[in-house]
Unconditional design. Structure first.
Ligand code: FAD
Length: 464
């Protein structure tokens, strides 16, 4: 019997995996994962994401082993690598779950065309999003630009029940082409190994994902509506990296909430909706990470300092902004909520959503630095760094995005701290030196920097 290849991408799980199910139903499954850093337009993973991927693939291998399905790891441009592997394995079929980035879709369409030509059975499935971005359209057939009607349309659908893991005994047992050792990809940091905090905070893989989901549904969910805004408590689910890597599917999370929803559960479900909305935007605007969705912001006078790796000076007269950007990255702006968030991010690869909003607003509005530089920093440091949610949220904060927070809404990091960390527990956890002379002085004046930002925005509007 010819092997059927299931090509894993952002769906590193065996449960609720329609492509895997199809490969198993077809006969003898072989799993393939490709580290593709070469195809045009593919965004290379950041450091924290590479760490996660290493452990996630280790977990996937364990799950596949228990089903008797071999996992082939290959590195290279996906089109060529799939072609070579499929041919060398003598496969009769190829299955995958869809991806929604433009560059990825181009690669997939090319492979599909090749596979059909080569006489292979090739099929793709919906698994990573609750909606297909081209199917959910406004009355005039366009993309949604406002969240509420978008989510009303999406959440009115009936989402399929998650699929169980396939039964054992359907893996291919014949000879296989060469494959890479995971360690040879060097996804883990060495000199220095900065990943200790990540390992303390996270256990990648579907088993930990399901445990966290179950604990959240039984524990945090009833209080989520209020708890989600409190960085000093474990008020949110902490599921974002698992969803990012597909160790958990949105269908599994949706159905875990049960049919009868409390208000808190509905709020939580709508956060899944924001994830969908970010992907909807990304599907329709592939340049989401590099171009303002509202082009009038192209003329906003944001600074674009360059921070050199040696901690040296910025270029082109931007020394002050370069130093401010560095202080923001390192969590020493003198504003404790921003600094605590940035330190949490550096240590654990994750930051609480409320603090992400405050830290981002501070960068783009008080420091006047371009949102893309913040987006790039998050891309490199978040374990949940997501090609849609990261830029979409940065644009939301900057005011340049779809259904964005208006530019004039400038978070006051001190007022936010008093409101959302009233006993100072979050600050104490991440800034042990807070309140001592070692803690840095404030890098900007909140009032004047706020006025400057509003003035720049006013000028931008006047020129429209
Ligand atoms: P919960 O509150 O428990 O929410 C449940 C799930 O809903 C999350 O796991 C996530 O998948 C989704 N979700 C929640 N809020 C959002 C949102 N605003 N946008 C999109 N999806 C959401 N989220 C990412 O997954 N990846 C990113 O790269 C990312 N970058 C961000 C950058 C900025 C500047 C901001 C303000 C937000 C960003 N977010 C990103 C959204 C949000 O902060 C995280 O999804 C959330 O903090 C994850 O924690 P949680 O799983 O406990 O969330």
């Amino acid at each position: 019997m010819k092997p059927s290849i299931v090509w894993f991408r952002d769906d590193l799980r065996v449960r609720d995996n329609p492509a895997l199910r199809a490969a198993v139903d077809d006969g003898a499954a072989v799993a393939l994962y490709i580290l593709d850093e070469e195809s045009p337009g593919i965004r290379p993973l950041g450091g924290a994401a590479r760490w996660w991927l290493h452990h996630s693939l280790t977990a996937l291998r364990e799950e596949l082993d228990s089903l008797g399905i071999p996992l082939l790891l290959r590195r290279g441009p996906a089109a060529e690598t799939v072609r070579k592997t499929t041919t060398a394995a003598g496969a009769g079929a190829l299955f995958w779950n869809r991806r929604y980035g433009e560059a990825e879709r181009t690669v997939d369409a090319g492979i599909k065309a090749w596979a059909r030509e080569a006489g292979l059975h090739v099929e793709s499935f919906q698994a990573s999003l609750l909606h297909e971005p081209w199917e959910v359209t406004t009355k005039t057939g366009g993309q949604y630009k406002v969240f509420t009607p978008f989510w009303r349309a999406v959440s009115a659908q009936d989402f399929r029940e998650p699929l169980a893991a396939p039964a054992k005994g359907h893996g291919y047992t014949g000879g296989l082409p060469d494959y890479d050792e995971l360690d040879s990809w060097h996804l883990l940091p060495t000199k220095p190994d900065w990943s200790g905090g990540l390992a303390e905070a996270w256990t990648p893989g579907p088993r930990a994902a399901h445990k966290r989901l179950a604990e959240f549904v039984d524990g945090g969910l009833p209080e989520y509506k209020e708890g989600r805004d409190r960085p000093d408590r474990d008020g949110s689910s902490g599921l974002s990296p698992y969803l990012r890597w597909g160790e958990l599917s949105p269908f599994e999370v949706w159905h875990a909430l049960g049919p009868r929803r409390s208000e808190s559960a509905a709020v939580f479900a709508s956060e899944l909706g924001w994830r969908e909305f970010c992907w909807h935007q990304y599907f329709h605007n592939p340049q989401l990470a590099t171009a303002n969705l509202r082009p009038e912001f192209d003329r906003f006078p944001w600074a674009w300092p360059e921070v050199s790796g040696d901690g040296g000076h910025g270029h082109s007269g931007h020394e002050a902004a370069a130093e401010e950007l560095r202080a923001w990255q390192q969590g020493r702006t003198g504003f404790p909520l921003v600094d605590a968030g940035q330190r949490q991010l550096w240590h654990s690869g994750w930051m609480h959503n409320r603090v992400r909003m405050v830290a981002a607003s501070f960068l783009v509005k008080n420091l006047g630095i371009h949102w893309q530089l913040g987006e790039q920093w998050f891309w490199d440091t978040l374990v949940d760094a997501d090609p849609a949610s990261n830029p979409a949220n940065w644009q939301w904060v900057a005011g340049s995005g779809a259904d964005a927070s208006p530019f004039f809404r400038i978070f006051n990091p001190e007022a936010q701290r008093t409101k959302f960390d009233p006993q100072g527990k979050y600050i104490a956890r991440w800034i042990p030196e807070f309140g001592t002379p070692e803690y840095p002085e404030e890098t900007v004046d909140l009032k004047t920097s706020r006025q400057d930002a509003l003035e720049a925005y006013k000028e931008l509007r006047e020129r429209l």
